[in-house]
Design a protein. Structure first.
Length: 316
């Protein structure tokens, strides 16, 4: 076996130098049943094991020890696999931060302007089939909804507006809504943004930034920090941030420097003399809403659809 590993290593080095291996096998994250993970090129697959090139060694990984294999884009360390089964969103395992300026073009095409006859807000696409998240108050009471996406061309941005938008699920209590942009089968897949992993957490002072359409001003970027990671207001759990949140930012994404959505921008406190008091709904709450979207399913015949829990009777 040691001889086989040595031969594989020599073959791997030769192929890498020629650039053939990267094109043939790609770069992968191999997640193990133990919770650990490996990153490298899968250079050989046998009936019972994988051989993974880590760049400095080739190791054998028994198949029963593997929980999942995810294809990675080496340039951006972005997870490229489609959401599993009925999941509508994806998470990444990006290591290291990037400056805000490097993220804007990458993420901006997945952030859209949400418009109704009575107002506007922002939203972001979480699934390439056109599933989009926004605030409930952006679309509450409305059935005619349009979404404008700003696509990056070679020399300029182009606006593409979709008028056939369906409400999939909504919750006034959480102030979250899931929309679906209805397109034909020949439309290109939408660009998406990943949600932050729950176990990564946030800390006070961490840099975050928002992309949205405050007052209808397209693709506006604002930057700030997390002031408080857990702030409860009127029974809702928020991220408090110094990032500028203005009317029109509602429903847009709040990103960390790994390019992951950590919150859904929701409101600001505009008291006299108060500055830098913006609030976003945590991605933990968003993922719970998406995972349990059947409970919040929207019925156009009954705008008050979804489970509602009555107050308990008062003691006499």
């Amino acid at each position: 076996m040691a001889f086989l590993r040595a031969m594989l290593k020599l073959a791997t080095v030769s192929l890498l130098l020629s650039g053939i291996l990267s094109a043939a096998y790609g770069y992968h994250r191999v997640e193990l049943q133990s919770g650990a993970a490996l990153r490298g090129h899968i250079v050989l697959e046998r009936a019972d094991r994988y051989f993974v090139d880590l760049g400095y060694d080739v190791i054998e990984v028994p198949k029963p020890a593997v929980r999942s294999i995810v294809e990675i884009d080496e340039a951006n360390a972005e997870v490229l696999d489609a959401p599993k089964s009925d999941a509508l969103y994806r998470t990444t395992n990006v290591q290291g931060d990037q400056p805000v300026g490097q993220w804007v073009d990458t993420l901006g095409e997945a952030v859209g302007l949400v418009q109704t006859p009575t107002g506007l807000g922002s939203g972001f696409i979480i699934h390439e089939d056109g599933y989009l998240v926004t605030n409930d108050h952006v679309i509450a009471g409305e059935h005619k909804i349009s979404v404008t996406i700003f696509k990056q061309g070679k020399r300029e941005l182009s606006k593409v507006t979709y008028d056939n938008v369906r409400i999939v699920a909504t919750s006034s209590d959480l102030d979250l809504a899931l929309l679906k942009i209805e397109t034909d089968a020949f439309t290109e897949p939408f660009k998406v943004v990943p949600l932050a992993s729950v176990d990564q957490g946030l800390s006070e002072g961490q840099t975050v930034f928002a992309i949205g359409s405050p007052l209808g001003l397209d693709r506006t970027v604002s930057q700030g920090i997390i002031s408080v990671a857990n702030r409860v207001i009127n029974g809702r759990l928020y991220l408090q941030t110094t990032t500028q949140i203005n009317p029109g930012n509602s429903g847009g994404p709040l990103f960390n420097l790994r390019g992951e959505v950590v919150g859904v921008n929701n409101m600001k406190i505009a008291a006299v003399g108060a500055e830098g008091l913006g609030f976003s709904i945590s991605s933990r709450v968003l993922k719970s809403f998406l995972d349990n979207r059947d409970a919040y399913a929207f019925d156009p015949r009954n705008p008050n659809s979804g489970f509602r829990y009555l107050a308990p009777p008062k003691a006499k």
